[in-house]
Design a protein around this ligand. Structure first.
Ligand SMILES: Nc1nc2c(c(=O)[nH]1)N[C@H]1C(S)=C(S)[C@@H](COP(=O)(O)O)O[C@H]1N2
Ligand SMILES: [Mo]
Length: 519
C-alpha cells in the first residue's frame, strides 16, 4: 500500500475510522444477539443451557482448587458475581475483535463466532443437569449471531448511494439486530423471572411439627455485637457451586431413594408436608471456614427425620454411604452411620419457621448435625443413592477434600473487634461463639496476652448440635496493645487443638485471636 502517495488518503481516513467503529458495533451486536437468543431459548429448556451460564458453570467445575481458593479468599460470597462479570468483559472484548476481523476477512470472523458457539454448546451439553435439548440455545444463538455478523459486515462493504433518505439500509439493519438482541434478552430475562420460586414459596403453609424445637433459654444475645444466637436466612452464609440459584418447580419435585435398599421410594413435597415433621435447632458449618471465619450459622430446621425415610426404604447392611444429588448435578457423600446413630439428621423443608429460601435449597435439603456441609447438607436435593464409599465419590472428594469430615471443635471471638481502640478504666467485654456439633461444648477459655487461661461463662444453649455463646468480662485492663486468644473444650473433654491447619482437606484448626488496644 502506498498510502503516502495516495492523494485521497487524508480524505478517506475518517471514513475508514468510521467503518472500523461500525465493525466493532457489528461484532458487539452479533454477540448480543447470540446471547439474547441463547438466553431466551434456555429459559424454556433449562437454566444451564444458557451459553454464558453454561460456560461459567463449566469453568467452576474445572477450575483448579488453588484458583478457587484464591477467588473465594479475594471475593468471598461475591465470587460468582466476579466470575460472571469477567465472563461478560471477556465476551465483549472477543466480539470487538470478531467485528474488526470480520471487516477485513468476513470468513475468519464468522469462523470465530462459530468456534465460540461450539465451545458454548460443548459446555452446556456437558453440564450434569443437561437435558436432551441443552445444545439448542447456544446452537441457534450462534447461528443467529453469525447470520447477523454476515449481514452487518456485508452492509458495511456495500456502496451506498449518496442520498438514501434519512435512514440508510445500513442503519435499519443495525437497528434491527440491536432490537432483536434487546428483545430476546429481555424476553429471556422475563421468562426466567416467571420461573422463579418466589410465588410458589410464598403460598406454602408449613405444617406444625409433631415434635417441636425446644424454646430458647434466657440470657442469649446479651453482649453487644456478639453473633446473634439465631441466624436469619438472609444472614446465613451461602456456599455452593451454582452460578444461578436453582429455581425448583415444587409441583414436579421428588426425592428418590434407591440403590442398596429393599424397596426404592419416591416422595413428593406434598408427601413431606403430610408426614410427622420434627423441628430442631442445628448449627451448620462449612469446611472452608477459616479460624475466626463466618461460614457458620444456627437455625431452626423443620423436616422429616432421615432415619425414618431410610427405614422405609430398608438400607441393606453392606451399604455405608448416602450419595445425594441435587437438581444441578452436584453430589455429596454422607456416611450412613452418621444418619442412623440417633442424631437429628433430616430432610429439611423449613428454616426458622419459613420454607427454605432458594439459596438455601428450596424445596428440600439434607441437614446432618456434626458433619461439614459438603458431606451432608445437599441443597435442592432430588436423589439419595444408598451405596458404598468404595463404589462412589462425590464432587468435593474428587477435588481433594476428605471423604469423612466431622466438624472440628471451634470457637470464634466476636467482641472486641480486631484493632479496636478501647478507653481505659472500664470492664472490657469479650465474647463469642463456640461449636462442636453432636458432642457439645463444655468449656471455653480466654487467655489475655501471655496470661493464664481463664474460664468464660457459657450462655445456656438448647442442644449439643448448636453453638454456644460465651462471655468474659475483663476487669482492670491495662493501657497498651493486647492479644486475646480463646479455646473451647467439647463435652467429651477434648480441648480444641492449637495446631494451625488450613481448611483443605478436612477443616481448619487453631486458636482464634484478636489484637486490640486499650487507650
Ligand atoms: N446442591 C448443593 N448443595 C450444597 C452445596 C452445593 O454446592 N450444591 N454446598 C454444600 C456446602 S460446601 C455447604 S457448607 C452447605 C452450605 O449451605 P448454605 O449455603 O445453605 O449455608 O451446602 C452444601 N450443599
Ligand atoms: Mo462447605
Amino acid at each position: 500500500m502506498h498510502r503516502r502517495a495516495d492523494p485521497d488518503a487524508r480524505a478517506t481516513r475518517p471514513s475508514r475510522h468510521r467503518s472500523r467503529l461500525a465493525a466493532v458495533l457489528a461484532g458487539l451486536l452479533s454477540g448480543g444477539l447470540t446471547l439474547g437468543v441463547g438466553t431466551l431459548l434456555a429459559s424454556f429448556v433449562t437454566r444451564s443451557a444458557d451459553p454464558v451460564l453454561g460456560v461459567g458453570q463449566e469453568f467452576i467445575t474445572r477450575t483448579p482448587e488453588w484458583l478457587k481458593e484464591w477467588a473465594i479468599r479475594q471475593f468471598g460470597e461475591a465470587d460468582k458475581a466476579v466470575l460472571l462479570g469477567s465472563l461478560y468483559v471477556t465476551l465483549v472484548l472477543l466480539f470487538v475483535v470478531i467485528g474488526l476481523v470480520a471487516l477485513r476477512r468476513l470468513r475468519v470472523g464468522l469462523a470465530l463466532v462459530l468456534l465460540l458457539g461450539l465451545a458454548a454448546v460443548g459446555a452446556t451439553v456437558n453440564r450434569p443437569d443437561a437435558t436432551a435439548l441443552s445444545w439448542l440455545p447456544s446452537t441457534v444463538g450462534t447461528l443467529a449471531g453469525a447470520g447477523a455478523l454476515l449481514l452487518l459486515v456485508r452492509a458495511l462493504h456495500a456502496r451506498t448511494p449518496a442520498a438514501t433518505g434519512p435512514l440508510s439500509r445500513r442503519s435499519v439493519l443495525f437497528g434491527a439486530v440491536a432490537g432483536a438482541a434487546a428483545l430476546t434478552a429481555g424476553a429471556g430475562t422475563a421468562v426466567n423471572r416467571s420461573n422463579s420460586v418466589a410465588a410458589t414459596r410464598a403460598g406454602i403453609v408449613l405444617p406444625r411439627p409433631s415434635s417441636a424445637a425446644p424454646a430458647l433459654p434466657a440470657g442469649l444475645d446479651s453482649v453487644d455485637a456478639i453473633t446473634p444466637y439465631v441466624t436469619s436466612a438472609k444472614d446465613f452464609y451461602r456456599v455452593d457451586t451454582a452460578l444461578s440459584v436453582p429455581q425448583v418447580d415444587v409441583a414436579g419435585w421428588t426425592l428418590r431413594i434407591h440403590g442398596m435398599v429393599d424397596r426404592e421410594i419416591t416422595v413428593t413435597f406434598d408427601d413431606l408436608l403430610g408426614e410427622d415433621l420434627v423441628e430442631r435447632w442445628m448449627t451448620m458449618t462449612c469446611v472452608s471456614n477459616e479460624v475466626g471465619g463466618n461460614l457458620v450459622g444456627n437455625a431452626r430446621w423443620l423436616g422429616m427425620p432421615l432415619a425414618r425415610l431410610l427405614e422405609r426404604a430398608g438400607v441393606r447392611p453392606e451399604a455405608d454411604m448416602l450419595f445425594s444429588r441435587s437438581v444441578d448435578g452436584f453430589t455429596i457423600s454422607t456416611p450412613v452411620a452418621a444418619v442412623t446413630d440417633g442424631r437429628d439428621a433430616m430432610i429439611a423443608i423449613g428454616m426458622n419457621g419459613e420454607p427454605l429460601t432458594d439459596v438455601h435449597g428450596f424445596p428440600a435439603r439434607m441437614i446432618v448435625p456434626g458433619l461439614y456441609g459438603y458431606v451432608s447438607a445437599c441443597k435442592w436435593i432430588t436423589e439419595i443413592e444408598v451405596t458404598r464409599f468404595d463404589a462412589q465419590t462425590a464432587y468435593w472428594t474428587d477435588r481433594g477434600w476428605a471423604e469423612q469430615a466431622p466438624i472440628k471443635t471451634a470457637t470464634r471471638i466476636d467482641v472486641p473487634m480486631s484493632f479496636a481502640m478501647i478507653p481505659a478504666g472500664q470492664t472490657v467485654p469479650i465474647a463469642g461463639v463456640a461449636w462442636a456439633q453432636t458432642r457439645g461444648i463444655s468449656r471455653v477459655e480466654v487467655r489475655i496476652d501471655d496470661g493464664d487461661w481463664a474460664d468464660a461463662t457459657l450462655v445456656p444453649t438448647v442442644s449439643t448440635s448448636t453453638w454456644v455463646q460465651w462471655t468474659y468480662a475483663w476487669d482492670g485492663a491495662t493501657a497498651g496493645s493486647h492479644t486475646i486468644r480463646a479455646r473451647a473444650t467439647d463435652a467429651t473433654g477434648q480441648v480444641q487443638t492449637e495446631d494451625v491447619v488450613k481448611p483443605i482437606p478436612d477443616g481448619s484448626s487453631g486458636w482464634p485471636s484478636k489484637f486490640f488496644t486499650i487507650t
